[in-house]
Design a binder for this molecule. Structure first.
Ligand code: XMP
Length: 506
């Protein structure tokens, strides 16, 4: 495997994804928490950083643990850090290098740059530049304005590059990464979803034996794939619980429950709608709504898991970005939700935890899901928030409002599917506002609610842009909603990006 040491760059995860796309396994660690080198580590990549090596206090590592012992590739800050530590000089760029540049000099005989071509576009994003290098460093590529665009430490497999090969704007970035990971580090390209399924199922069999495992299904991709992997390992000893909180999409509970049964899962659907509605009654504050939903879910799940005699494990669909987040350079940003601490932990949270997806990125989870032959309807599903429609009903939540919003949402989503736009959008949904406006229907004055439609494009939900849905499509959806859904007489489309807005309205 490859170790990627993170100095806080926004691109670190992208490096990892590119390496994984080469079918090579890699792990990210924060620079201040580097694991000891083991035999399976074939190479190290040092990431970029928002910091500068010229700052008195800047992130650094003990390079002697790697240099000369194992191939190292420093990217941007990683390259500057090595150059700095080895006696070179890093200065502020006279012209700020940001955006596309072209390599105009390449030492092709060097293994890192094999098959790269003169004129190749590389993506630059740095405020510092490597001005002077010591004698033991050789420049192996340049652009017009950056002489040290790539360098090699003479006599060892240590490289630095000023540009970002992980960004798709770098035309031959993937070739460069392949050169490093496969040809220089000698990694075998065996990280495939088939291989993952085979080895994970075998490992789960070993780990779980005849033990019983409980898992909460949400209808989403992660919990479904986690369930199928464990199902392949232990069959009926996996007890799945799917809770109807009354805040799902129209008919979703029944449809998804059906799919799960078809997939052969041992799943119990639990109708807890009224418990959730009771807890939500009168609550208008978004955070209080979230907390109430979280609390009731834990109560229901705890009660259900108590019914499973002698259960030993709790399975979770945690994926790699959650793991990275929890040990990131900046420290865990997600605080444990307060309700987890009220009155001690519920019993199911004391179970041993099994997380079969914790090494995977989201796109890899989907690939594994495909390998496991999970329905496209589940794998291609838009993300949906845990608190469901409750955070799309502004103000207090009632079953009647849920009903109205379900109908609106259903019209919007089914039209997206019908017109083939569903897969172009990352997430879509409708919001029921408490705003009432005047309208006219036939000869009658109406005074009803405004709903908003929201559709966004995004990679990971951290940033998002509003989808440029065709006017004709919006016109049709708006017409259908106003004609068919009682209680709604106006439809608006949300054209805010994130940031500064968020995807959800609450
Ligand atoms: P925001 O609104 O923060 O949403 O831009 C980003 C992504 O997270 C989802 N989301 C949630 N998911 N519990 C969840 O499980 C929540 O409380 C929650 N709030 C937002 C949202 O749907 C989007 O995909």
């Amino acid at each position: 495997k490859i170790l990627i040491l993170d100095f806080g760059s926004q691109y670190t995860q992208l490096i990892a994804r590119r390496v994984r796309e080469l079918n090579v396994y890699c792990e990210i660690y924060p620079y201040n928490n580097v694991p000891a080198l083991t035999e399976d580590v074939k190479g190290v990549i040092l990431s970029g950083s928002p910091c500068s090596v010229r700052d008195e206090i800047h992130p650094t590592i003990d390079l002697s643990q790697f240099l000369g012992k194992i191939p190292v590739l420093g990217v941007c800050y990683g390259a500057q850090l090595m150059a700095h530590e080895l006696g070179g000089e890093v200065t502020p760029s006279t012209i700020r290098e940001y955006g596309r540049a072209r390599l105009n000099e390449i030492h092709n005989h060097d293994r890192l740059l094999k098959e790269l071509t003169i004129g190749s576009v590389v993506w630059m994003s740095h405020g510092d530049t490597i001005k002077e290098i010591p004698d033991n460093i050789e420049v192996i590529a340049s652009t017009e304005s950056v002489r040290v665009a790539a360098y090699k430490l003479k006599g060892q497999e240590t490289y630095g590059i000023q540009f970002h090969p992980e960004v798709t704007h770098s035309d031959e970035g993937k070739t460069l990464l392949r050169n490093f990971v496969v040809h220089i580090c000698g990694c075998i390209q065996d990280w495939t979803s088939e291989q993952f399924v085979e080895s994970t199922v075998a490992a789960l069999k070993e780990q779980l034996g005849d033990d019983k495992v409980v898992l909460g299904l949400s209808g989403g991709v992660d919990s479904s794939v986690a369930a199928m992997l464990i199902h392949h390992a232990i069959g009926k000893n996996l007890y799945c619980i799917f809770v109807d909180n009354g805040l799902l999409r129209k008919d979703e509970f029944e449809n998804v429950l059906d799919s799960y049964k078809h997939m052969g899962l041992n799943v119990k659907g639990v109708d807890s709608k009224s418990k959730f509605y009771t807890a939500l009654a009168g609550l208008t504050d978004p955070e209080l709504k979230r907390k109430a939903i979280g609390r009731v879910f834990i109560e229901v799940f705890d009660e259900e898991s108590h019914r499973i005699e002698d259960v030993k494990w709790l399975a979770q669909g945690t994926i790699y970005p959650d793991v990275i987040e929890s040990m990131s350079v900046k420290g865990p940003s997600a605080t444990i939700k307060s309700h987890h601490n009220v009155g001690g932990l519920p019993d199911f949270m004391k179970l041993k935890v099994v997380e079969p997806l914790k090494a995977l990125f989201k796109d890899e989870v989907r690939l594994v899901g495909k390998t496991l032959k999970i329905d496209d309807a589940i794998l291609g599903r838009h993300p949906f928030p845990g608190p469901g429609l409750a955070i799309r009903i502004l103000g207090d939540v009632t079953p009647e409002k849920v009903n109205i919003l379900q109908s609106v949402d259903h019209i919007f989503i089914s039209n997206l599917k019908k017109t083939g736009l569903y897969d172009e959008v990352w997430q879509a949904g409708a919001i029921l506002t408490p705003v009432q406006t005047v309208g006219v229907m036939g000869d009658e004055r109406t005074y009803e609610n405004v709903v908003a439609l929201r559709a966004v494009t995004s990679i990971d939900g951290m940033t998002a842009d509003w989808s440029r849905l065709p006017y004709e499509f919006l016109a049709d959806v708006s017409n259908e909603i106003i004609n068919k859904v009682k209680g709604v007489n106006r439809v608006v489309y949300d054209i805010s990006s994130k940031p500064p807005a968020t995807i959800e309205w609450e």
